[in-house]
Write a protein of this length. Structure first.
Length: 130
């Protein structure tokens, strides 16, 4: 048994299998996941687990070179937007939420959280540690 890091075996394995430029989605409880995209459903109840908790766990194990956020988050959820920006990720590319949903169809997998706030959905692109 692992003693630290991501303990969810499927999520841990999917992150370990990421290659350079692969993308994956981290979303809220209501984000529609396109057919054919594997879902790691972590949602237990409203707010559990929270988006930022899962993002922090992912960032502790994955190299991220870029990411996309719904432009609507700036006005609809400024506190969460600021918290995402504080995580040390590269500057995001902002796209309309509808475009983000379409873009998610090409993701390797999606992680569903219990988040119940507006627009906490982002697509992350894997980088390399060297």
């Amino acid at each position: 048994m692992k003693k630290k890091g991501i303990l969810h075996s499927r999520l841990s394995g999917l992150i370990a299998a990421l290659g350079h430029k692969d993308t994956f989605l981290l979303g809220d409880a209501g984000m529609p996941i396109p057919a054919g995209v594997e879902v790691v459903d972590l949602a237990v109840s409203a707010g559990v687990p929270g988006f930022l908790d899962v993002l922090d766990a992912i960032l502790s194990e994955a190299v991220i070179e870029s990411h996309w956020l719904a432009s609507e988050i700036k006005e609809a959820n400024p506190a969460l937007h600021a918290a995402i920006l504080e995580r040390g990720l590269p500057q995001p590319t902002y796209v309309p939420h509808e475009d983000l949903k379409r873009q998610s169809a090409s993701c390797r997998f999606a992680v569903r959280t219990g988040e119940y706030s507006p627009y906490p959905n982002l697509i992350l692109q894997a980088g390399v540690p060297f």
